[in-house]
Design a protein around this ligand. Structure first.
Ligand code: NDP
Length: 304
């Protein structure tokens, strides 16, 4: 059984970003990311802090906007309109979930698709579905695909089962893996809470992805011998023995399934670190695209 090391792969993604940022800087541009947080949800605050920290480490210009929970929909739309106009900002992200009085769909629609580094705007969703280049793909599915690629796990012709049909993980990942080309060409089934005989469906998978949001939901009855398991889940479960009073577990019962897997992601340290790395990668891509710079030139010519 191979443990898929998301920390190591995310470091290599960030190294690629570093080289790309230097390439852009030699051409007079520097990527910028604006992260907007509404309210004071502690988990959201922690995510925003770690995004800001990673921006600093890479030399990405970071704009952090922390707004009170009372911010109105119109105020938030006004801020997004000004970030859309801001030439120093290439990527805009509104940390989810916003307070209940904010209509998240309207916020997503207000973000300029060329700055939508989360890949949630319908224009970017359509580009993914249409297999058009140049769009932005949500960071977590992109991270899952990158992990498979890094470990040389073939997707072409393989049976993939994705458990979960959210617009953040399940659906975009299914579209990525069924798309034509390398790291795609898979035969994808998307399962959800209404799926009949979920274990039977999962047992068919060469690659099983769990994005359910239920701690340790996927057990040995779901996993075929020799399957690759990607656990997207991040759940806090009470643990009185732990310093914080909780520990993080995935949507997969790791101890139960690991021995039958060809490869598996741990939680933490699997998909989690990839999400932020792919956000940085999308931000660098946004900067390059908005300025008409082809990052492929970097791989062809090296740094110049
Ligand atoms: P959602 O709650 O949006 O979606 C969960 C999906 O799981 C739904 O499609 C739901 O089906 C399905 N589901 C729920 N119960 C069952 C069941 N009993 N049997 C089969 N399917 C079921 O979650 P997200 O996609 O946003 O997140 C999924 C997990 O991934 C969470 O643990 C979350 O914390 C984690 N996550 C991790 C990230 C990372 O960076 N690693 C980023 C984003 C999420 P239905 O549609 O029918 O309700």
């Amino acid at each position: 059984m191979q443990l898929i090391d998301g920390k190591a792969v995310s470091s290599s993604v960030l190294e690629d970003c570093r080289a790309q940022i230097e390439f852009l800087s030699n051409r007079g541009c520097s990527p910028g990311l604006a992260v907007v947080l509404v309210g004071d949800d502690p988990a959201s605050r922690a995510y925003v802090r770690s995004k800001e920290r990673t921006c600093h480490e890479l030399g990405i210009h970071s704009v952090k906007m922390e707004l009170s929970a009372e911010t109105t929909q119109d105020e938030l739309l006004g801020i997004i309109a000004s970030l859309n106009q801001d030439e120093d900002v290439d990527g805009i992200l509104v940390q989810s979930p916003p307070p209940a009085h904010i209509d998240e769909r309207a916020i997503i629609l207000a973000i300029d698709p060329s700055k939508d580094v989360d890949g949630f705007h319908p224009v970017n969703v359509a580009k993914l579905a249409l297999e058009e280049p140049g769009g932005f793909v949500p960071c977590t599915p992109l991270g899952c695909q990158r992990l498979l690629g890094h470990y040389g796990i073939e997707t072409r012709g393989r049976r993939v089962v994705v458990v979960g049909r959210s617009m953040i993980v399940g659906k975009p990942l299914a579209m990525l893996l069924m798309a034509r080309g390398d790291l795609g060409d898979a035969t994808v089934t998307v399962a959800h809470s209404r799926t009949d005989d979920l274990p039977g469906v999962c047992l068919d998978a060469d690659i099983l992805v769990a994005a359910v949001g239920i701690p340790e939901f996927i057990g040995k009855d779901h996993v075929k011998e020799g399957a690759v398991v990607i656990d997207v889940g991040i759940n806090r479960v009470e643990d009185k023995g732990a310093k914080k009073g909780y520990r993080l577990v995935g949507d997969v019962n790791f101890d139960e399934v690991a021995s039958r897997c060809r490869a598996i992601t741990p939680v933490p340290g699997g998909v989690g670190p990839m999400t932020i790395a792919m956000l940085m990668s999308n931000t660098v891509k946004a900067c390059a695209q908005r300025r008409g710079i082809d990052l492929a030139d970097l791989t062809e010519t090296g740094l110049s």
